[in-house]
Design a binder for this molecule. Sequence first.
Ligand SMILES: CC(C)(COP(=O)(O)OP(=O)(O)OC[C@H]1O[C@@H](n2cnc3c(N)ncnc32)[C@H](O)[C@@H]1OP(=O)(O)O)[C@@H](O)C(=O)NCCC(=O)NCCS
Length: 249
Amino acid sequence: MRTARQPSAIPRDGVLRSSKALLVRTATRDPVPVILRTTQLILRPFTADDGPGLHSYLCQERAVHYEPYGVQDEQAAVRLAAQRAQDDSYWAVCLESGGDLIGNLYLAASGPEQWRTWELGYVFNPDRWGQGYATQACRGLLDHVFQNLWGHRVLAECSPENIRSWALLERLGFRREGHVRAGASFASGADGEPVWHDSYLYAVLDTEWESRTRILPTGRLPRDGDQLGVCSSSSVACESGSGALSTTR
Ligand SMILES: CC(C)(COP(=O)(O)OP(=O)(O)OC[C@H]1O[C@@H](n2cnc3c(N)ncnc32)[C@H](O)[C@@H]1OP(=O)(O)O)[C@@H](O)C(=O)NCCC(=O)NCCS
């Protein structure tokens, strides 16, 4: 069982060190970028050069249909890449083989720091849907939240119509906590009144992640009704500064 890190155990400089490597910071913004590696993916900070990669999917209506913005042209994507390079809430998700940018994750603190709650978001290139990349990327980032950032709860919201999104959350082990009625508006209608949208609220706790991410002896992800065995093959490697840590559960 994972032992929770107590606040008193965090050094004054906010940096936790393991015997293997410089490991973790408690704040979101890191002086040294953190890069996560999963089996096939690299999760890294955006750079100003990511404009064309970002454009390759943000120009597609399917990718942005449920986002609070529309399709992006090349110039807008270049500007967005430059903005995201300054905002470490955004993670560029790249194929390890070839380095193509195939999507992005969003991870930001939600609520007071002591709640240790984070919000997750994601957009992937529709050309790469249906291959498990979003699942793999999110699992890598969630491992990072719960193992390295002392996370307690991660939440996500999505439209009830966005079946791929909530299917992803359920595949990851999030619980649906509620159906928020008319809780958000991103535009006004012809009458000038806000157009309200419903959303599903999902969340997963550290304790749930610990048990849910156990891997079946077959190596496949658990489904409802499976008897979970001892974990064996989930791994995410975290690089930060001079050291690299590989955690295997
Ligand atoms: C939400 C989104 C990231 C989900 O993408 P996705 O391709 O459905 O998710 P994954 O990459 O995890 O792939 C899952 C699919 O791959 C299959 N798959 C294959 N190998 C897999 C593996 N090893 N692990 C998991 N799934 C695997 C799954 O069976 C599933 O198949 P399905 O498409 O028939 O259901 C994507 O639809 C998206 O970017 N949407 C636009 C942005 C958006 O709406 N964001 C959310 C706003 S709230």
